[in-house]
Design a protein around this ligand. Structure first.
Ligand SMILES: CC(C)(COP(=O)(O)OP(=O)(O)OC[C@H]1O[C@@H](n2cnc3c(N)ncnc32)[C@H](O)[C@@H]1OP(=O)(O)O)[C@@H](O)C(=O)NCCC(=O)NCCS
Length: 206
C-alpha cells in the first residue's frame, strides 16, 4: 500500500473479471454490520459466507449494476454497487433467479431478507435516481479516507449528468458519512429489529 495511513486511491469502473474479488471484499466489509447480524446471526464466519452468496447473486442477476472499485496500486480496497434509474428494484424474474443464492442461508434468514427488501422496495423513490450500494471498504482499511474518495468519484458522476442519488443505510456513523456528500435523510424505519435510514442527494435540477 502506497501510504499505510491515508492512501490516495484510484476509483474506476469494476471490470467483469474483478467481480469475485469485489464480492469477497463486500462480504468482509459488511460482516459485522447490524443488518447482516440481524439477518444471519452471531457467527461472524457464517455471516461472511452468507454475505458472499448474497452479493454474488446480486451482481450475477442485477446485470444493470455499474460498480465502482477503489484500487491502491494492484490492491482492491473498496467497492460500491451502482444501479441506474429504473433498474434498482428486481423484476419478478430477477427475484426468482436470486433465490438459489439465498436458499442455503436457511428459511429464517431468507424470510428476514424478504422483509428487508420489501420495506426497502416500498420506500424506493418514484423519481429517476441512481441507487448507491452495497458500498464497503475492506475490513482492515476503514477510517482511512477510502470510502470518501469513492463517494467523491460517485458524486462527481452524478453531478455530471444532473442525477439524484439515493441509498439505504444502517448506522448513525454512516448517516454522518453520507451527509458530508450532500445526502439528506428522507425516512427512517426499523426493519428486522435494525434502524434503517433512507437518504437522498438532490440533483441540481431538483
Ligand atoms: C461506511 C464506509 C464505506 C466508509 O468508508 P471509510 O473509508 O471507512 O470512511 P472514511 O475514512 O472515508 O470516512 C470516515 C467516516 O466514515 C464513517 N464510518 C462509518 N463506519 C465507519 C467505520 N467502521 N470506521 C471508520 N469510519 C466509519 C464515519 O462517519 C467516519 O467519520 P468520522 O471519522 O467523523 O467518524 C466503511 O466504513 C465501511 O465499509 N463500513 C462497513 C460497510 C458499510 O456500513 N457500508 C455502508 C452501507 S450503506
Amino acid at each position: 500500500m502506497a501510504s499505510a495511513e491515508r492512501p490516495v486511491v484510484e476509483v474506476r469502473d469494476l471490470q467483469r473479471e474483478e467481480v469475485p474479488a469485489a464480492v469477497a471484499l463486500l462480504a468482509r466489509g459488511f460482516r459485522d454490520n447490524p443488518i447482516p447480524t440481524a439477518l444471519f446471526g452471531g457467527d461472524p464466519e457464517r455471516r461472511r459466507q452468507c454475505l458472499e452468496m448474497m452479493f454474488g447473486g446480486i451482481f450475477r442477476v442485477m446485470t444493470a449494476h455499474t460498480p465502482l472499485v477503489a484500487v491502491d496500486g494492484a490492491t482492491m480496497v473498496g467497492v460500491t454497487g451502482v444501479l441506474p434509474p429504473g433498474a434498482c428494484q428486481p423484476t419478478n424474474g430477477q427475484r426468482l433467479r436470486l433465490l438459489p443464492s439465498m436458499l442455503p442461508t436457511g428459511p429464517g434468514s431468507l424470510l428476514r431478507l424478504l422483509r428487508l427488501s420489501g420495506a426497502w422496495g416500498r420506500l424506493d423513490p418514484k423519481e429517476p435516481h441512481s441507487h448507491l450500494g452495497p458500498l464497503a471498504v475492506d475490513a482492515h482499511l476503514k477510517g482511512r479516507g477510502i470510502g470518501s474518495q469513492v463517494l467523491h468519484a460517485y458524486c462527481r458522476r452524478l453531478d455530471e449528468v444532473n442525477l439524484t442519488g439515493y441509498l439505504e443505510t444502517e448506522t448513525e456513523d454512516n448517516v454522518r458519512f453520507y451527509t458530508r456528500f450532500g445526502f439528506q435523510v428522507i425516512a427512517e424505519q426499523r426493519v428486522i429489529g435494525v434502524a434503517n435510514w433512507f437518504m437522498r442527494r438532490p440533483s441540481e435540477a431538483s
